[in-house]
Design a protein around this ligand. Structure first.
Ligand code: 13P
Ligand code: SF4
Length: 318
């Protein structure tokens, strides 16, 4: 994708935390971060949240500069909501396998074959896909949004087939699914999960709806990252097997230090439950993004304007 050279790359300050706090004041910048970021980025964020919370913060912020510690589609969403603000992403290569699984040209063809369908797209998609959608949703509000659509209205749900299947199950609605998925949430092994449950019989399984149905059937609770965090905080149980990206464990452990959080096991002996795209951002790259005011997210006006309408519908329906 893009190669970004930064001046004085070797002279980053030793106290990056202090330097970033100074730059926040100088730029009137806000740092928005997703739970899947490294722990030190989570700790310096002004707001930490799931995709819905981050969109709501981006829509409400009065800062001049938004530094988005997340992936490209999230920073694009912030730009769609804030065309006049400078939106920075620490690493422009921080993409998303789910967003990539729905190429705009192929989706346009699919949509054209079903002209009577309303298009509801999960926020984990490119601005071009948002521009072709009627309503955006996140994992927090997908069920609630589909429930607000009249029963006789056919719906295309894109791009995540796993979230789509979960919404179908929760609402009893038939949805025409785009067959996309997230490489991280499809990495968990059902067999190893069951073995782990035998070792920890008191632990509850909590899972993100981007996981496959075979895994979700073992979950005691299913929800967005914020919902999983809130559940872990308030549940009387003291141990949890967590089936989502491992970054969330940092907040769970901070919020409930006496509880035990066990990452759900991936199929291979790998760190595949860490999103390789999210983890491209580092504290040092975040510092340089603020220092040099780059890399910046830009969008063609027509795409941005078309993508804004379904985003506004989502915010109104949430
Ligand atoms: P939420 O932030 O809605 O929980 O989604 C998780 C995710 O995969 C973000 O990339
Ligand atoms: Fe995309 Fe999955 Fe990474 Fe989220 S965790 S950014 S959906 S690849």
């Amino acid at each position: 994708m893009f190669i970004t050279t930064r001046p004085h790359q070797n002279s980053a300050p030793t106290d990056l935390f202090a330097a970033i706090q100074t730059l926040k004041r100088e730029l009137n910048a806000v740092v928005l971060a997703h739970y899947y970021q490294d722990a030190d980025i989570q700790d310096i964020a002004d707001y930490l949240g799931d995709s819905l919370g981050l969109s709501q913060q981006a829509a409400a912020t009065e800062a001049d500069v938004i530094v988005f510690a997340g992936v490209h589609f999230m920073a694009e969403t912030a730009k769609i909501l804030n065309p006049d603000k400078l939106v920075l992403l620490p690493d422009l290569d921080a993409g998303c396998s789910l967003a990539d699984s729905c190429p705009p040209a192929a989706f346009a063809e699919f949509k054209a074959k079903h002209p009577d369908h309303l298009v509801i797209s999960y926020i984990n998609c490119t601005a071009e896909i948002k521009a072709m959608s009627d309503i955006i949703c996140t994992s927090s509000n997908a069920v609630k949004i589909v429930q607000q659509i009249p029963d006789n209205q056919p719906i295309i749900f894109a791009p995540d087939r796993n979230l789509g299947r979960y919404v179908m199950q929760q609402t009893g609605r038939e949805l025409l699914l785009w067959q996309g998925s997230c490489m991280v949430h499809e990495t968990f092994s059902e067999k190893k999960l069951v073995q782990l449950q035998v070792q920890h019989p008191d632990a509850e399984v909590i899972a993100h709806p981007e996981c496959e149905p075979a895994l979700l059937q073992h979950a005691n609770y299913i929800g967005s990252t914020t919902a999983l965090l809130n559940y872990a905080k308030t549940s009387p149980r003291s141990a949890f097997i967590v089936a989502t990206e491992a970054g969330i464990l940092h907040q769970m452990q901070k919020a409930a230090p006496d509880k035990q959080f066990i990452p759900a096991p991936p199929i291979n002996q790998c760190a595949c439950n860490e999103c390789p795209h999210m983890r491209l951002n580092t504290l040092e790259k975040l510092y340089w993004a603020m220092k040099t005011r780059a890399p910046e997210i830009t969008l063609p006006d027509a795409t941005r304007e078309a993508a804004l309408k379904p985003m506004q519908r989502m915010l109104a329906m949430s």
